[in-house]
Each structure stands twice: as C-alpha cells, then as structure tokens.
Design a protein around this ligand. Structure first.
Ligand SMILES: [Fe+2]
Length: 497
C-alpha cells in the first residue's frame, strides 16, 4: 500500500512540475554545488535585445561579481571555458546588489548562464535566456500588481504566471506592470523572487516600477526598484522612485515609463519619451507603465491619475502610440481606440485567420488601445463605474470588470505580434488549480510601415529642463484644481442627486 501511495505521489509531483518546468535548472546537468548565498536572480532587457542582456542578483556579503554563459546547444554539463563577464557590486540596505551587462551575444540563440563569485567559485543554479532573433514575429506575457504582503499570496500570483507560461510557452519575455510588493521590505522582495524564480531564471523580464516598489507615496524608501533589477535606464534618469528605459523588440519600440517620478511627470522624462518615440521608425509603438490614466477602480478619481491623464494623453496622440499597458487599479479594463480623450468612431474592421483562429482586427486605426490587465495577485478592487463620466467618456470602455465578479481569479494577458498584426488576449486564472478562461481579446492590423520623425531632440537633463519643469508643475497642479472644482465635483454632485 505504501508503495502505491509513493508511486501516486511521485506521479503527482512529476505531472505538477512538468506543466511549468521552463528551462528547469533541475533538468540541466552541472558539475558543481549550487551556493545558497546567491538569491533574487533576474535577467532583463538591455539596449539591444538581439545581443545584450542585464543580469542582477543579491548576496548578504561583499563578494565578486561574475556571470558565465554558454550557448545551450554547446553546453556539456560544465562551464569550463565559458565566457565570463564581470560587473558591479554595491551595498544596499542590509545586502549587496550585483549587476552585470552581457554584450556581444548571438541573435536568436538560447544560452545557459550562472551568476556568482568567480574568486571563491561560488555559483547560482543554471538559468537560461534566449536572445531576440530580430524578426518581426514575437510574443510576450504581461501581468500586473502582484503586490503581495505574505508568502502565500506571492505563491498564488506565481501560479497565475505559471498558467501564463503554459498558455504561451514560446513567449520571448514578460513584463510585470508594477507593484511587485506591498510594503517594499526585503522579506517581500525575497518572496517575490523565490516564487517567481521559475520565470526570472528562464525568461527575460521588462520590469515596470510601481508606487509600492519603494516609493515616496508610501514612505520615503528610495532606490529599491533600481536595486532589484539591472535596467537599461538612460544616464540622466533619476532612479530614486523607479526607472524609465526603452528597447526595440522585432518591429516594436517599447517604452517603459516611470509614473512615480513626480506628479506631474518630469519634463526630463516626457522629453526623453518624445525623443524615444520620434527617433524610432518601428512599426509598433508600445508603452508599459504603472499608473493607468484610463482605469476603472478607486484610483480613477485621484489627483495623480487626473494629472497623468491630462499630461500624457495629448503626448501619446502626438507620438502615434498604438498600445498602452498599465496597472495600479486592480481591475480589468480595455478601451476601444482612443484619440483626443475621445472614442475613435470610424474604425474599419476585418476578420481573418490568425494562427487558426478567426480574429477581428481594427485596421490602421487612429489613436491607441489602453489595457489594464487586472491583477495577477489577490488584492482586487470594485469597479468605480459611477464616476466614469465625471472623469472620461464611458463610451471609450470596451471591457471592464472587477475580478471579484468573476469568482476572485487572477488575470494575465498575452500579446503576439506578427509583422503588422498585434493580437492581445486576457485570461482569468484560478489561483490554485491554474485553470484558465479567455476573458477578452483585441487585435490591430497595420498596413503602414513605421517612420521616424525629423523633430529635434529635446534636452533630458535636470539642469536644462529645470525652468520648464517648474512651469509644468505649477500649470498642471493649477489645471487639476480647476478641473476638480469646475468639472469633476459638479458632475459628481449631479450624479449623486
Ligand atoms: Fe500601484
């Protein structure tokens, strides 16, 4: 009887693990003992995803910093003769942050790597990553607002991520759209990295800074986010409350904003955003950010959201941004095409086969689609629908619901780009079983190529943008108070009576 139970249990373990074994370190032979001194390893985007990556990890002691890597096809159970890259080690709080930039990688190639101390020969387990092959076909996963405060809620959110990877095992990277943690303690970050190790050791991440990831809105707790990942931020980027950066992937230019830098966003960052988008000839222009200016939860009416929307919406229109992914509000929401803060009404649609699925595409639409793909975590909000029309026209909303109304499930989304086609899907997931259900889909087809603008580059340093920043601060706050007094509050009163 004991043998039967043992066999059944073993099968359960094997089958359970098989569904989310990425390039599992357990399956890769190695000729060394893994050191328990190394934790929180992640691999991130760098300037050029075809040839570069950033790597980051933490240790409790001041030790050497090295990454060794080999082409997966040539790995024979040892890192002897592997390329070694070295980087920086800096103290932060009670631990040390190691960062290395890998360069001169081969496009479209899978690598095995280990991080650690090449002086004392202490190394992490083996991770993998694959470089972008540079073609115009790629896929990625997006989750938002894990924001857990205890180990079990990180586990539940990681089950949502495992379901995402099961759904899209050939995803080339993933983004987590901010708020990884709740109180931004070392313990919470350690839990996040422990529960998401299966993803972070095998899939490149494009991290987005959230307001809970060490931000002044919660407490003065600077530089946490920048100490968790090795991101490709411009030199002049102020990193205290997050990081902004950009990368090209296939035919897309993807900008990751830091919506924590100030309210309103600094001129330094908005000028940088303009430079990034104007100088890119990519066909797709995509933004990842944390604070959503089209949201549907309790943050919809907050001053930071109002300011963000008024400041960035005209800018996104001017820069011809196609697709915006955000978080922060812990509900699900997708807009129709939006331009000038209004519904774009004259959109042409075509239904075509896409990977064997009949898919309806908006063809060369004006404006952008904004998505807020719920939360992978367990903290959810109700829909704040009674104030929609006080802040924005509810006609722009294509799909909106609280996860409380779909049986308290987590959500992840997937994006696939094939040349001029972009297909977005969102799935609700049972936190325990991983059982999933498609809850939303949207697709855009572009028949036009991208083109760079000849607009001049704008200054992005704090000294040159100082006067503009002061004016922007006064103007934006003044406009926000005006809108509250004469637009939003009167509409709220009218709605209430
Ligand atoms: Fe947030």
């Amino acid at each position: 009887m004991k043998k039967i139970i043992a066999v059944v249990l073993s099968l359960c373990v094997v089958l359970g693990c098989a569904s989310f074994a990425l390039a599992s370190d357990a399956t890769i032979e190695k000729d060394y003992e893994v050191s328990d001194k190394i934790r929180n390893v992640s691999i991130t985007m760098a300037d050029d995803p075809t040839t570069q990556r950033g790597v980051c990890w933490h240790t409790d002691d001041d030790s050497a910093t090295a990454v060794q890597f080999v082409i997966a096809d040539k790995y024979e159970g040892t890192f002897e003769g592997a390329k070694t890259f070295r980087g920086s080690c800096e103290a932060f709080k009670e631990f040390y942050v190691h960062k290395v930039k890998l360069t001169a990688l081969k496009p479209g190639t899978e690598y095995f790597y280990r991080v650690g101390d090449d002086v004392n020969n202490e190394w992490s387990d083996i991770g993998t990553f694959r470089t972008d092959d540079g073609d115009n076909n790629f896929k990625f996963i997006a989750i938002a607002d894990v924001q857990a405060g205890n180990e079990d809620n990180f586990r539940k959110a990681s089950n949502v991520m495992k379901a995402a990877y099961d759904t899209m095992p050939d995803a080339e990277f993933y983004t987590s759209l901010g708020d990884y943690v709740n109180d931004c303690t070392q313990e919470e970050w350690d839990w996040y990295f422990e529960k998401f190790a299966f993803a972070n050791s095998s899939l490149t991440i494009a991290p987005v800074a959230g307001n809970h990831d060490g931000n002044i809105t919660n407490k003065i707790n600077h530089y946490w986010f920048d100490s968790m990942f090795n991101m490709n931020a411009p030199r002049e980027c102020i990193r205290a409350e997050g990081v902004y950066y950009a990368f090209d992937y296939g035919n897309a230019h993807i900008v990751v904003l830091n919506t924590n830098d100030m309210y309103p966003m600094t001129v330094q960052q908005t000028n940088w955003l303009k430079n990034e988008m104007n100088s890119s000839d990519a066909q797709w222009k995509i933004v990842f950010m944390h604070r959503a200016f089209y949201s549907a939860g309790k943050n919809l009416i907050k001053p930071d959201t109002i300011i963000m929307r008024e400041q960035l919406l005209p800018l996104f229109d001017e820069l011809d941004i196609d697709f915006v992914m955000a978080g922060h509000d812990h509900v699900y929401m997708r807009t129709h095409q939006v331009k000038g803060d209004k519904l774009v009404e004259d959109v042409t649609y075509v239904t075509e086969d896409f990977n064997g699925v009949e898919t309806t595409f908006a063809v060369d639409p004006d404006g952008a689609c904004h998505v807020l793909p719920g939360t992978a975590g367990t903290k959810t909000y109700s829909i704040n629908d009674y104030v929609f029309d006080c802040v924005f026209d509810s006609n722009i909303v294509a799909n909106c619901f609280s996860q409380r109304d779909i049986g308290d499930r987590g959500i992840f989304s997937t994006v696939e780009i094939q040349d001029g086609k972009l297909v977005y899907n969102a799935y609700a997931v049972d936190y325990e079983t991983g059982e999933k259900e498609l809850v939303d889909t949207y697709a855009i087809k572009k028949t036009t190529e991208g083109a760079a603008s000849d607009k001049p580059m704008l200054p992005t340093d704090s000294a040159t943008t100082g006067v503009a920043q002061a004016f922007n601060f006064v103007y934006r706050f003044g406009k926000m108070f005006f809108d509250y007094l004469f637009v939003i509050i009167p509409k709220l009163i009218i709605n209430a009576i």
